[in-house]
Design a protein around this ligand. Structure first.
Ligand SMILES: [Zn+2]
Length: 701
């Protein structure tokens, strides 16, 4: 995407208001830091507004979220059932905050929560609320005085719009934002009168109706924001990583600002890359348009302390991932009394980080990623596919992701609805990590990609279902890979299957002293092929050891199917190797996947980063040149918990192929804030990053 394309924004087109405007980059596209003291009701008496605004000004934020809400009014509203906060008194708290921010040159986004309201509203407007199967309004699970509203009801088209228009009328706001909408998890099953007319919750038909409603409301709200001024906008709360609920490709057509409510990880087994993975999801649909990720300065995770600061090392890594993956940091903490009053530890690390970031802003003005590998992000698979063993479909991506990090590949996510030739032309290869649901059209696009010389690697049930989740007899990509199904999915007892080495191949590099390697936990049997590289040794018991030997030591069933067609290289694994890697952590499977990816890429990479440690890398073409981002995940808390401290890694040798005629005058390491020597030979740039603590950015000019 070039600069000119940035200027033509689908949201503005939908609103029809910017068509004749002079071509300027919208203000929100230039935002680098966003702040939020997520205001409690008590803040109406406790918050020192000047102190609040001074803190955020000292952190150099470009925009602040200020609560209008919908659950409680932070200003003297006249909208019926917009209950004024009990400590509001005669004040216009929102107005005062708005003025204090504006005085410091900070943009103001009005924050609303359309998800809950009180019992008096239930009495007067029962139609606004979500109903259970018995027809009762559904109470909030934590505070039982509140009831859940229904997004298909007039609460969203009459009540919320009245608040938005009231705000527009009274205040100089730059945008409207809804917390808690669209819903982050699965859409709730509601039995109100409107919802009874919809398809059954959980079905694809229902999801499509849900998407239509999301688009309708989004456009409605964005139109209202633009009634104030043409460069104002609405955006809602998104996130959920690869498990996002709304159809992101569709939504990106109208969405000018993608915010991820992805505040951090906690005690559950979330890998550290949970933030940069979210960045890849966003980039797949937003392509560099405004994307923010909320970092909660509070204690996120399985057990919550919303008013106590988290480990600064963990928080900083979340910041690092946000900016490395091309997003903008939105830093949030709850409550002034609890936040600024009791626990001040959230303030300093963010202020320090933001000031560092501000110094180097221009190197974070990204134009596009540099990557030759695409990972197909199958949103329908994540929402509707039911994996054998009842695992989360995310595990297929997680396993592959881990292998890609270990192999230090540069890759993008590619949304399943974006498989057109124009979008795929930069990629040498695409990976389909058990992308089970693919439409006929998507399969046709992938075939065209292969016919054009593109390579594919797919696993397990890829293409076994159409976009309506209807099972096919053969994978939609069967003829591309030259495979034929030979039965139903097989699981294992105690001992998973093995893959017997039949002949040498580049995907087996490094496997010496063994005739077989681990297979996968589940597999979809396929018919024999000529000259197989790996064949299946079926699983058997792991106990008792007396019987732990293969009753059938040799078969002709392939454990991998490899093909070459012109320049195109094709690898299909009938087993769920990606998920098995995630489940087992097995190093052989990671090696097999890395070798296979390297082979389908013909060993090519636009940038290589060699050195020890587990890193995630992003390379961006930026306004001044290029930026090579290296995140150091080498840490005992990579897979679980929070980072306590960093374990620095040593020399990372970078090689980058420069575009023809491109000159380099300077390579600066932004975290260590020093220039490093470099050389350019035969159009290749080489330099060394001596050490990476948590994160380094090499800015090439
Ligand atoms: Zn409903």
């Amino acid at each position: 995407m070039d600069r000119r394309e940035f200027l033509i924004l689908p949201g503005a087109l939908a609103a029809g208001s910017l068509l004749d405007a002079a071509p300027v980059t919208p203000w929100h596209q230039k935002v680098h830091r966003v702040g939020q003291t997520n205001m409690t009701e008590r803040d109406m008496v406790d918050l020192n507004i000047e102190q609040w605004a001074d803190y955020w000004a000292s952190a150099k934020v470009d925009a602040l979220l200020v609560s209008v809400t919908g659950i409680l009014a932070y200003y003297p509203t006249k909208v019926p059932f917009h209950r004024r906060g009990q400590f509001l008194g005669d004040r216009d708290f929102f107005g005062e905050c708005c003025t204090a921010a504006k005085k410091r040159g900070i943009r103001v986004i009005a924050r609303m929560s359309p998800d809950l309201n009180w019992e008096d509203a239930v009495q007067a407007h029962p139609e606004w609320f979500e109903k259970d199967a018995q027809g009762n309004a559904v109470r909030h699970n934590e505070d039982h005085r509140l009831f859940r509203t229904c997004m298909f009801s007039t609460y969203y088209t009459e009540f919320m719009t009245a608040i938005m228009r009231e705000i527009n009328q009274r205040y100089d706001v730059d945008g409207h934002y809804t917390n808690a909408w669209p819903p982050l998890g699965r859409p709730p099953a509601c039995y109100c009168e409107q919802c009874k007319r919809l398809a059954r919750p959980g079905t694809i038909e229902y999801w499509e109706q849900f998407n239509q409603r999301v688009l309708y409301l989004w456009k409605l709200y964005d139109g209202i924001a633009k009634e104030k001024k043409p460069d104002s906008l609405f955006y809602g709360n998104l996130g959920g990583n690869v498990r996002a609920t709304p159809d992101l490709k569709q939504l990106a057509e109208v969405c000018q600002w993608f915010n991820c409510d992805n505040q951090g990880r906690g005690g559950d087994d979330t890998p550290i890359w949970g933030c940069s993975q979210q960045g890849r999801v966003c980039y797949s649909v937003m392509k560099g348009r405004t994307t923010t990720n909320v970092t909660g300065g509070w204690s996120t995770g399985g057990v919550r302390w919303r008013n106590a600061a988290k480990s600064p090392a963990e928080e900083t890594m979340w910041f690092d991932e946000t900016v490395a993956s091309g997003m903008v940091i939105w830093y949030s903490f709850i409550g002034a009394q609890t936040g600024m009053g009791e626990d001040h530890r959230w303030e300093a690390p963010a202020r320090e980080y933001f000031n560092w970031l501000a110094k180097h802003d221009r190197h974070f003005n990204n134009k596009r990623t540099i990557a030759n590998l695409g990972v197909v992000y199958g949103q329908r698979t994540h929402l509707f596919y039911r994996p054998p063993g009842n695992f989360s479909a995310q595990q297929y991506v997680d396993g592959l992701y881990y292998a890609l990090l270990e192999g230090r590949f540069l890759f993008d996510f590619v949304h399943e609805e974006d498989l057109g030739a124009e979008n795929l032309k930069k990629y040498t290869a695409l990976i389909l990590p058990n992308t089970a649901l693919l439409s006929d059209e998507q399969c046709r696009q992938l075939k065209a990609y292969v016919d054009g010389g593109g390579s594919l690697l797919a696993t397990f049930e890829t293409g076994m279902y159409d976009e309506r989740n209807k099972k096919r007899t053969e994978s939609g990509l069967a003829d591309v890979f030259g495979i034929q199904r030979a039965g139903e999915i097989r699981g294992t007892l105690g001992n998973a299957f093995y893959a017997r080495i039949e002949r040498q191949h580049e995907i087996l590099k490094g496997f010496t002293d063994t005739n077989w390697i681990p297979g996968a936990e589940y597999r979809l049997p396929v018919k024999a092929v000529d000259a197989p590289v790996l064949t299946v040794v079926p699983g058997y018991v792991s106990y008792p050891p007396e019987l732990s030997y293969p009753p059938t030591p040799h078969t002709t069933e392939p454990a991998v199917v490899i093909r070459e067609k012109g320049r195109s290289r094709l690898v299909y694994f009938p087993g769920d190797v990606d998920r098995t890697l995630w489940h087992s952590g097995h190093t052989d499977i990671s090696r097999l996947l890395q070798n296979s990816v390297r082979w389908v890429l013909h060993g090519e990479s636009p940038v290589t980063i060699e050195g020890s440690g587990v890193v995630e890398a992003f390379v961006w073409e930026t306004e001044p040149g290029f930026a090579i981002h290296v995140l150091n995940y080498t840490n005992p808390n990579m897979h679980r918990g929070w980072i306590r401290e960093y374990y620095p890694i040593g020399e990372q040798k970078v090689k980058m192929k420069l575009p023809p005629g491109r000159r380099v005058t300077r390579v600066e390491l932004l975290r260590s804030e020093r220039a490093v020597p470099f050389r350019v030979t035969g159009g290749e740039l080489e330099f060394t990053i001596p050490r990476v603590v948590d994160y380094e950015v090499a800015a090439v000019e």
